[in-house]
Design a protein around this ligand. Structure first.
Ligand code: SF4
Length: 225
């Protein structure tokens, strides 16, 4: 593969009701599980999760300044995670607008839960593609906006570097947040499945995907959390 290539994926919607419920964090013994079973055919027919990824070079890391494809980011955590690397993947994953556009889920209180499940599916599927197609372990991810150290405005540079993210139906608002809501942006790097949640002090967040790591927080930021 051309190592500067930008790749767009239409993520296959091939999960079972049980697999999709797990992605939505719905327990098999909850009443909501029956709802997933009722809706699964419509979800598989109409959902359009997508991803766009692009290789990037890590040019230089000095203090908190990290240069990736000639663009400078100022972040202690990005510097710490990329300091020994030469190549990374940049990406944007989205649940897409498929369920909304079908009109079948208008006013459905589970619409956001289902879109959250589609985003989790797009994330897992694309990370597996990185491994299987390109031999790249992209399971560790840095997301702009989830830590004050690397704020959401970094999405502007990240989107410019990836290029034409609109092709997967994702746009940036003036404040740097993305539309549609169930969309995430990342720098992927090899490691042990690092996620920003491990350094995030929103201790009661229901979306938490990794335990808070106090020792690591102190090592990187040199302050008590
Ligand atoms: S704990 Fe919650 S707010 Fe913090 S990074 Fe994770 S998902 Fe985002």
């Amino acid at each position: 593969m051309d190592q500067t290539e930008r790749i767009v994926f239409d993520v296959p919607v091939d999960f079972t009701a049980a697999e999709f419920a797990a992605l939505c964090r719905i327990s098999p013994d909850s009443p909501a599980f029956e709802l997933v079973e009722e809706c699964i055919d419509d979800i598989r027919e109409h959902a359009r999760p997508k991803a766009v990824v692009r290789w990037a070079d890590v040019n230089r890391v000095e203090g908190s300044l990290v240069t990736v494809n000639g663009v400078v980011f100022d972040s202690l955590v990005v510097a710490d995670k990329l300091k020994d690397l030469r190549r990374v993947f940049l990406s944007v994953f989205t649940a897409g607008h498929g369920l909304e556009e079908s009109g079948l889920f208008d006013g459905d209180p589970f619409l956001d839960t289902f879109n959250g499940g589609l985003l989790a599916h797009a994330t897992g599927w694309t990370i597996r593609e990185m491994r299987e197609r390109y031999g790249f372990d992209g399971g560790s991810m840095l997301n702009p906006g989830s830590l004050p150290d690397w704020p959401i405005r970094n999405n502007f540079a990240l989107f410019d570097m990836i290029g034409n993210v609109e092709e997967i139906g994702v746009t940036l608002r003036e404040d740097g947040y993305m539309k549609p809501w169930n969309t995430t942006s990342h720098i992927h790097f090899p490691g042990h499945g690092y996620q920003n949640c491990s350094l995030c002090r929103r201790y009661d967040c229901v979306g938490r995907r990794a335990k808070f790591d106090r020792a690591e927080y102190i090592r990187i930021f040199a302050v008590e959390p």
